[in-house]
Design a protein around this ligand. Sequence first.
Ligand SMILES: CC(C)(COP(=O)(O)OP(=O)(O)OC[C@H]1O[C@@H](n2cnc3c(N)ncnc32)[C@H](O)[C@@H]1OP(=O)(O)O)[C@@H](O)C(=O)NCCC(=O)NCCS
Length: 206
Amino acid sequence: MSAPPFTVLEASLEEAAAIRAAVRTADPALIAPTARVAGPQDIQGLVALLSDPLVSGPIYDIPRPIDAGRIGAWIARSERLRQAGEALLTVTLDEAGKVAAYSRFTVWPERSSAEVAGARRADTQNSGKGAEGAARTFGFMFEVLGVRLVGLTAALDNERSARVIEAAGFTPMGERLSALPDGGSRRSLYWEMTREDWLTRRRLFT
Ligand SMILES: CC(C)(COP(=O)(O)OP(=O)(O)OC[C@H]1O[C@@H](n2cnc3c(N)ncnc32)[C@H](O)[C@@H]1OP(=O)(O)O)[C@@H](O)C(=O)NCCC(=O)NCCS
């Protein structure tokens, strides 16, 4: 299950309301031109994407086993949470209109904080563009959703993720235990970054 950052920020009522409004209205096309909020039309595409262990293997926070029923329920739950300003599930399409990547943002408006998990289809991994794509995703969180803190996790052996996260300027903060949907847990590497740091180093949109 997604977990908020170790660092605890307190948002004012106004700040939390602004974040909720931003989550409800944010356009994922800012991240990539063919990215959109996932809907029922993406069930098959997400099932195909996530059924590949090269895609979903490193990710702890997706419904398992992966099938149309569970993915459909996840899309519907994510949409309810988007309307509440607390989550956003996006898919990015390839030239053929097939789902080639996804991102799932979890937002804690009262803590001005968020996290994200995501993956690209195996034939588009090792693109050499992981850092660039990740930077647009992080910029979207800090500059468009407007949170002041992002916390990220990755499996201990996920060297590609660690590289793109650290290339963006996140600070390694050791390990944390990530709770799995089945009740178990996974050791994860853990990073945080503040919006102030992001805007100083990497500002993209504002
Ligand atoms: C993580 C992911 C989005 C990165 O995208 P990508 O296109 O594969 O990334 P890149 O090819 O740009 O590689 C990222 C970095 O890792 C480096 N890298 C690649 N393979 C590596 C390895 N085996 N060991 C160490 N570094 C490696 C690359 O050189 C690159 O670093 P650089 O930008 O400094 O050169 C993609 O691999 C993916 O979807 N993986 C499966 C799901 C996943 O792990 N999601 C993240 C969960 S936190």
